[in-house]
Design a protein around this ligand. Structure first.
Ligand code: DGY
Length: 329
């Protein structure tokens, strides 16, 4: 008899066919919508596997969900981030958690750099100006952006994505500083990056880019006091997770010009609520959590998640496991 897997994202036909080859599939392409709640709970009740993701439609893998899934043996998230999963609860129940860390690195770094360019050169804002019919004369000082080349980029979190961002910044002839609990000697050697304590990085960088996982240690890391350390001319780029930044403090900093601008792909609450003050601010570029959202990369991530689920449930999992200690037992 086939294992049962609950899928809470839209997947392409080819990958659905592969899942159906291996598993009995319960498919919820819109996530856990209220109209299908009973059906979803019934599917979970005898499922061995669950495939979801951190971006909408997001299904939190928390104590409540786990209570409804007594047979669950594996969770595969179509993301590198796993902050929507209670890792300790999963590990305590010996449920494997896999993610898709290596297939999205370049795409995520491309997007972080895109936000940096857009915020520096005011790409989205000036596009809006033209569409609103406000390009009536030549542009003036009030429309100027700031240079990127030869500026200092501060990368907070020098993992795979941070390193790929450093490579892009180096191509733009930027100086690179970074902070991370573990120094990355390879990036120091390749791009002359300097390792700094976070506070010093915030005082030094022209662009502060966040490329770290959300965890209890990093939640609210960029708080009011730390935002106050940044240069008045500095730009904050967050393509990591909304929870890493105190969003209310950031809104105040953008409103009062404590920092110059921000580029955000992630928010405390997603989708961004209609009444969010961020929507009213011209000095912020907003994107709907698209760090890894290219056709090629999302396909690669979904394929990786399918392979992770197959390997988890047939006992051959070797890589991409978040709670690796379960493999080592
Ligand atoms: C990730 O992979 O964590 C991206 O943010 C997409 O969810």
């Amino acid at each position: 008899m086939k294992n049962k897997v609950v899928l809470t994202r839209p997947f392409p036909d080819e990958l659905l066919a592969k899942l159906r080859e291996h598993f009995e599939l319960a498919y919820f392409p819109s996530g856990m919508v209220p109209e299908r709640q009973d059906e979803f709970d019934a599917a979970l009740a005898d499922a061995e596997g669950l495939i979801g993701a951190s971006s909408p439609p997001r299904v939190s893998v928390d104590a409540d969900l786990l209570r409804k899934a007594p047979k669950l043996a594996a969770v595969a998230t179509v993301s590198v981030g796993f902050d929507h999963c209670d890792v300790s609860a999963l590990t305590a129940r010996k449920i494997l958690l896999t993610h898709t860390p290596s297939v999205l690195t370049d795409t995520a770094a491309d997007l972080a750099f895109t936000l940096l360019v857009s915020a520096a050169r005011r790409v989205a804002e000036l596009d809006r100006m033209i569409r609103a019919g406000n390009w009536l004369e030549g542009i003036s000082l009030s429309h100027f952006g700031v240079d990127i080349h030869h500026k200092i980029i501060g990368i907070v979190g020098m993992g795979r994505i941070g390193a790929a961002l450093a490579q892009r910044a180096s191509g733009f002839r930027m100086s690179i500083v970074y902070s991370d609990v573990i120094p990355n000697k390879a990036v120091e050697k390749a791009f002359g990056a300097r390792h700094l304590p976070l506070e010093e990085l915030l005082r030094t960088a022209d662009f502060v880019c966040l490329t770290l996982l959300l965890s209890p240690e990093t939640r609210g890391l960029i708080n009011r006091d730390r935002l106050a350390l940044m240069k008045k001319s500095a730009i904050l780029i967050n393509s990591a997770r909304g929870g890493v930044v105190d969003q209310a403090a950031l809104i105040d900093a953008l409103r009062h010009g404590t920092i110059r601008a921000a580029g955000l792909d992630v928010f405390e609450k997603e989708p961004l609520p209609l009444d969010s003050p961020l929507r009213q601010l011209d000095n912020v570029t907003l994107l709907p959590h698209i760090g890894s959202a290219t056709e090629e990369t999302r396909y690669a991530m979904m394929k990786c998640a399918v392979n992770n689920m197959i390997a988890s449930l047939d006992g051959t999992l070797k890589e991409n496991c978040v709670n690796r200690e379960l493999l080592e037992r």
